[in-house]
Design a protein around this ligand. Structure first.
Ligand code: NOJ
Ligand code: CA
Length: 652
């Protein structure tokens, strides 16, 4: 498992994954620290540099020697409080290298490598030296030297819409500018990879960029002072993570972000996943407004009506946006003045909260900060107390705007200052027993293992971009890219597909598929109740039935940007749920039911009709029941922009 090759000038250490298929080689060559990754004798990540630039000091990592190294093996199964998989294997071989500079006043640092059967992770540990306990990192030099002929899928970084872009495919060697992670790669070897990070705390988010030698390199989101992190020593960086898979669907099973985060340090048994409706889509289609006035959405009257509807629909939660002071005029400009404890005159929050409580409906409070962190943090404690005092246990927060205002300066959401702000909200919410759904969030790095009250993020283009800016292939990219970083509130379940005010580019059956293909710990049924209660009552039954926490997840078929089919087993019953989506291209698939645990099931099917089409005939849907047996092969038709959803209930 562990070999040391060579001595003195060039040093190399190797460690293998438990299966022995993946080898990590750490080396020092002419003082520079490097790593390489080899799969079955084939180099997949070529020699890649490690190190940092630190303000006022020499580069760390280019004049080092090996002090000592150690190794260990770890094997356990972790249990997640909620999510896509209840049990996750955490099995790795670990190599720690202790490095010291060949200098008069040498600094020391460690690299910890963990080699799993489905990926490689490493982090740096930095220590105080010469009484220096606080340093400023100006650049991280970590490289990911993949074959430039690889295909890659990405969204751009440093753009005004933050993390909300369409996924694009290119050849790695042609990549332009900086891109967010997860960054998905298909190498000429046939292996699939995703570069990402885990446990992002107190540091800028890692984006990636080609350097002048066409080597992919970390490009940490800077702050307005052009640095990337001010840190206290000792400090452990986030984990740099390279997920490995032999197929696109296998990649979607990767859960290393969770095992690389710590278990919760406090009791979170009070956290419950939630399905909710909202006073929201009616604003998008122009029936109501966020702002006060005749068409104001968040009124006491509407809220009570929606609570009644939630009760009738059997949905446990209700989000109410636009309830507080700050929505008048151009709300995007009002962020510095928004008040998070003052309801508008036509919205009596305590009365609404009491009514929700009497009816056993969880209100989802709303804080649109517009990125004005200075204003929000001043009110944070009071704002969370206000909700807590009114028995509200869920908040959707929002950070619209191209940058945040922190300490009077404009900062990236994904900068160290942004990361620390989000963390402050998560920890304060945990104290008050509040769960969060963060819109325009910092990307997911698995911290919800440690902070399970962070139930959802709406980071990535969701259905709010429908009405022109979403193509059917988008939801076929997400599972292989963005969703490798955790769930997403996609605001699914829009049945008012043909509304010209916000035309949806999907079929009706596909709106149901999303509840399976796009996991979220807070899952929104985003349309107005009338569409669920009257117009498409039969289709709504699937939204009612589908769980928000699963026992396990089993991707069945798919290709990046083309289609995705996944089966998920409920956590609280023996039911299975299967969902599939396709791009603009229609597709006929064969579902092989050999994964089922029992012999016979009642299947409830919601599929596209033979003539469904996301443009011309989106509402055509086949809803039928049929008995199926383990091992059956089912033919399913997916229309252009279509999809399907199935519930399987054991017969015995
Ligand atoms: C912009 C968000 O994208 C949208 O979903 C939200 O409803 C509004 N901000 C108001 O917070
Ligand atoms: Ca958004």
């Amino acid at each position: 498992m562990f070999t040391s090759v060579g001595k003195t000038k060039a040093t190399a250490l190797e460690i293998k994954s438990p299966s022995e298929d993946i080898t990590l080689r750490f080396s020092i060559y002419r003082g520079q620290a490097y790593y390489e990754i080899i799969i079955k004798n084939r180099i997949v990540v070529h020699r890649s540099k490690l190190g940092f630039k630190i303000a006022g000091e020499n580069i760390l990592g280019n004049n080092v020697g090996l002090l000592k190294s150690s190794q260990r093996t770890h094997h356990e199964t972790i249990e997640m409080l909620w999510g896509e998989d209840r049990l996750i294997k955490n099995h790795y071989n670990e190599l720690t290298v202790h490095l010291v500079e060949n200098e008069k006043h040498p600094r020391k640092f460690n690299l910890i490598f963990r080699i799993f059967d489905d990926g490689v992770a490493f982090r740096y540990e930095l220590f105080p030296y010469d009484n220096i306990k606080r340093i400023t990192i100006t650049e991280e030099l970590t490289e990911f030297n993949f074959n430039p002929a690889s295909s890659v899928w990405y969204i751009p970084a440093y753009q005004p819409d933050r993390y909300e872009y369409d996924y694009k495919k290119t050849e790695l060697g042609h990549l332009k500018g900086s891109v967010h992670t997860p960054f998905t790669i298909k190498a000429p070897s046939g292996y699939y990879f995703a570069i990402h990070e885990a446990a992002l705390y107190d540091y800028g988010s890692m984006t990636l960029k080609l350097n002048d030698n066409y080597i992919l390199k970390s490009d940490i989101t800077p702050m307005s002072d052009h640095t990337i992190a001010h840190i206290e020593l000792p400090f452990s960086t986030p984990w740099r993570l390279i997920m490995v898979a032999s197929s696109a669907t296998e990649l979607t099973k990767n859960r290393l972000i969770y095992v690389l985060n710590d278990s919760p340090s406090q009791d979170f048994s009070w956290v419950k996943t939630l399905k909710f409706i909202g006073i929201w889509w009616s604003m998008y289609v122009g029936e109501w407004t966020w702002a006060p006035g005749e068409k104001h959405g968040a009124t006491t009257k509407h809220a009570k009506e929606y609570i009644d509807a939630a009760v009738r629909l059997g949905i446990s939660g209700l989000l109410i946006e636009g309830w507080n002071d700050g929505w008048e005029g151009d709300w995007l400009e009002n962020g510095a003045k928004t008040n998070f404890t003052t309801p508008m005159p036509d919205f009596d929050l305590p009365t609404v909260a009491r009514y929700a409580n009497q009816n056993h409906i969880e209100l989802v409070g709303h804080h649109e900060t517009v990125g004005f962190i200075d204003n929000y943090e001043k009110q944070l404690e009071a704002a969370y107390n206000y909700y807590a005092a009114n028995g509200i246990h869920y908040i959707k927060t929002g950070y619209a705007g191209s940058k945040m205002t922190i300490n009077g300066r404009r900062e990236y959401h994904h900068s160290q200052l942004g990361v620390n702000h989000y963390q402050k909200t998560i920890e304060l919410a945990a104290k008050k027993h509040i769960c969060l759904n963060i819109h325009e969030p910092i990307k997911g790095t698995g911290i919800e293992r440690t902070w399970p009250n962070l139930l959802a993020r709406e980071g990535a283009r969701g259905q709010e971009y429908e009405g022109g800016a979403l193509s059917p292939s988008h939801a076929c990219f997400l599972p292989y890219t963005r969703l490798l970083s955790g769930g997403m509130d996609y605001t699914s379940g829009i049945f008012d597909i043909e509304n010209p005010a916000k035309r949806i580019a999907t079929t009706l059956a596909r709106q149901l598929a999303y509840f399976v293909t796009i996991y979220s710990g807070m899952q929104m049924a985003a349309d107005r109740p009338i569409f669920y209660e009257e117009k498409f009552k039969e289709a709504f039954k699937f939204i009612h039935d589908v769980p928000t926490s699963f026992e396990k997840n089993l991707p069945l078929a798919g290709e990046i940007g083309e289609y995705y089919v996944v089966a998920r087993k409920d956590r609280d019953s023996h039911d299975w749920y299967i969902g599939g989506v396709t791009s603009e291209t229609s597709r006929d698939i064969t579902l092989e039911l050999n994964f089922l645990d029992q012999d016979s099931y009642l299947g409830e099917f919601y599929t596209d009709a033979h003539d469904s089409h996301y443009r011309t005939n989106p509402l055509a849907i086949n809803i039928y029941h049929k008995t199926v047996a383990k091992g059956d092969k089912l033919k399913i038709h997916l229309a252009p922009g279509g999809g399907f959803a199935i519930r399987l209930i054991p017969k015995s």
